[in-house]
Design a protein around this ligand. Structure first.
Ligand code: KG4
Ligand code: ZN
Length: 351
């Protein structure tokens, strides 16, 4: 059988990205144009600016993805696009561009859920990995424990009740004076700090063993800084970063390992921007070893937003017959367990 080549487009937040991926696993090209330097000036992503930059960059990015892969549109079997979740104005740029391209080139259009894409970044990194497995998705907008039953069936086992892990990292980082997005700065500072220096809470969620809550932890960091300021005591940022990182990693690993035992999974997968975190990778590696679980993590270049992961998931959507029509919409929020109904041309809650 001929290999299936998919041109994938991603514009859900502040990266304009395009990639060509063969059979869901082989990345022929991956181009990412990041806007982060501009959003840094405002301490977070400004949705209006994000949409404008996507609109300005998308033609160049898609063109480069095709030329880097030494392809033309004629060689492409389908065009895939992230249609949810994310910033609506940002998503719409990618969705509308993909619709136009698919229509003019007469190619099928495949809608892809961003978080399913993050999970699929592991299919690229680990060609042998196949569902079923249990996945911890930790990104700027999401923290979920997902039972990935197949390439198209997902069951949410646990979720955050308030902030996502990455969001907690970014807010804690901001209070310590780090630039946006602060996760990576805390991670670096933590490597020189003492994780037991500051006492921080490990909040539990009433009624669910597998849910997370990070807003109390984030507030505890902010209170620690305010209290120190009032008393004229200097904060040791390395120590506070290490203490915060230790708390986040303990919370994430605790819920994930418990959920793995409860769901009888011994294959554990990590995904999302926070999967780049060195503390989380180390703690999870140790705990999976202790519990006899095999662990799969995306390579660092695939942890953040990119289009290669969208192309990887798109392959499985494509072979399952998922197709969108030219009036496909974008959705700012969409649970991962919803499925795309091709007749309705919209996602729907599974029965
Ligand atoms: O998956 P992603 O690129 O975007 C979303 O889909 O949200 O995740 C971005 C998040 C940001 O909150 C960022 O601070 C966090 O991932 N992040 C990290 C690290 N690298 C990125 N958090 C902790 N440690 C890191 N090394
Ligand atoms: Zn993402």
């Amino acid at each position: 059988m001929d290999k299936i080549k998919i041109l994938a487009i991603e514009s859900s937040c502040d990266e304009t990205a395009a990639a060509v991926v063969e059979n869901g696993r082989n990345v022929l090209s991956s181009v990412i144009s990041s806007q982060v330097e501009e959003h840094k000036l405002y301490g977070g992503v400004v949705p209006e600016i994000a949409s404008r930059r996507h609109a300005e960059n998308i033609v160049y990015v898609v063109d480069k993805a095709l030329s880097d892969a030494e392809c033309t549109l004629d060689d492409i079997d389908a065009i895939a696009v992230t249609y949810a979740p994310g910033l609506i104005g940002a998503l719409l740029v990618g969705v509308n561009f993909a619709k136009g391209l698919a229509m003019s080139a007469n190619k099928p259009l495949v809608p892809v859920h961003h978080i399913k894409g993050h999970i699929a970044s592991n299919y690229i990194t680990h060609p042998e990995l196949e569902p079923p497995f249990l996945c911890l998705v930790a990104s700027g907008g999401h923290s979920h424990i997902v039972d990935v039953q197949s390439y198209s069936e997902y069951r949410i086992i646990g979720r955050t009740r308030d902030d996502a892990a990455g969001e907690a990292y970014d807010k804690a980082a901001r209070s310590m004076g780090f630039d946006y997005p602060g996760g990576i700065y805390i991670d670096k500072a933590a490597q020189n700090g003492n994780p037991n220096a500051y006492k921080l809470p490990r909040p539990k969620v009433d009624g669910s063993e597998y849910d997370f809550s990070f807003s109390g932890l984030k507030t505890a960091v902010i209170n620690t800084i305010h209290n120190a300021q009032q008393k004229g005591i200097e904060i040791n940022t390395d120590d506070l970063s290490a203490s915060f990182q230790q708390a986040v990693c303990e919370i994430l690993c605790d819920r994930l390992i418990k959920a793995a035992h409860a769901t009888h999974h011994n294959k554990i997968v990590l995904a999302g921007g926070v999967s780049a975190n060195s503390g989380l990778r180390k703690m999870l590696t140790e705990q999976c070893e202790q519990n006899g679980f095999s662990l799969y993590m995306p390579k660092l270049s695939l942890c953040g937003d990119n289009a290669a992961m969208i192309g990887a998931q798109a392959y499985y959507e494509y072979i399952n017959g998922v197709r969108a029509k030219s009036d496909l919409n974008a959705y700012a929020s969409l649970p991962i367990d919803w499925v795309f109904n091709c007749e309705k041309n919209a996602p729907e809650k599974p029965m």
